[in-house]
Each structure stands twice: as structure tokens, then as C-alpha cells.
Design a protein around this ligand. Structure first.
Ligand SMILES: [Ca+2]
Length: 128
């Protein structure tokens, strides 16, 4: 067992308090750093739809525009995949067929404007 004098006890006590204060400062700094790092991890991923340039073919082939879904976290692009293919059969600038593409690349739905009035006339669903 250690045997301290009154003066030594006071000195040890003071050293312990200094040591505890140092630990608290370091712990607080560590927590602040941890919260800063955690904020970046808490960025919510989001999706943007990006319309590609239309590709025009000579008649009788329809014009095609591809539409992509892009997933981001912050400014970082995580992935890009085809979301829609839209076709203009009579080349009037209005889409006559829209294909909805799922994330696996399969067509989920086709919506047709058969009489070119800009309204959907028929919808075809595909079960995957
Ligand atoms: Ca059209």
C-alpha cells in the first residue's frame, strides 16, 4: 500500500484532476470529430432523371429518346441506369410509345398513343 504524506496526497489529487480534464477534452474533441464524420454518412441518397439526346432515324423508323435514372449521394454519382425509352413514330415531337424500364433492365410497362393525339390509348403490363 502506498503511504502518502498530506502534501503528496494534494499533489496526486491535483495530477488526477489534470489527467481527468485532459481525458474529457480529448473525449469531447473525439465526439465532435465523430459527429462531423457522421454528418457526411447521413447524406440522403437521391435520384435524378436525365433525358438523353433524341436519336432520329429515317422513316419508317421512329425517333428514340432514352431517359436515365441517376442515383447520387451528395455530389457523387452512385449509379446510372435506363429508366424509360420513348418513341415518336410520326416524328411530330410527341411521344407515341413510352417504355418503363425497371432497375434490372426489363420492360415493366408500355403505354401507347395509337392515334397520335397525345393521350395514352393502351397500356401493356409485363410481370417480371
Ligand atoms: Ca408522335
Amino acid at each position: 500500500m502506498l503511504d502518502f504524506t498530506r502534501k503528496e496526497e494534494k499533489h496526486v489529487s491535483l495530477l488526477l484532476w489534470q489527467y481527468l480534464i485532459c481525458i474529457m477534452i480529448v473525449a469531447q474533441a473525439g465526439c465532435l470529430h465523430w459527429f462531423d464524420g457522421d454528418e457526411q454518412d447521413d447524406e440522403v441518397p437521391y435520384e435524378l432523371i436525365k433525358v438523353g439526346d433524341p436519336v432520329s432515324f429515317s422513316m419508317p423508323l421512329p425517333d428514340l429518346t432514352k431517359v436515365y435514372r441517376e442515383k447520387y449521394k451528395g455530389d457523387k454519382l452512385l449509379s446510372q441506369s435506363l429508366a424509360y425509352r420513348v418513341w415518336d413514330f410520326n416524328k411530330d415531337g410527341r411521344y407515341d410509345l413510352v417504355e418503363v424500364i425497371n432497375e434490372k433492365g426489363d420492360v415493366e410497362l408500355r403505354a401507347y398513343d395509337l392515334d397520335f393525339d397525345g393521350k395514352v390509348d393502351e397500356v401493356e403490363h409485363f410481370n417480371q
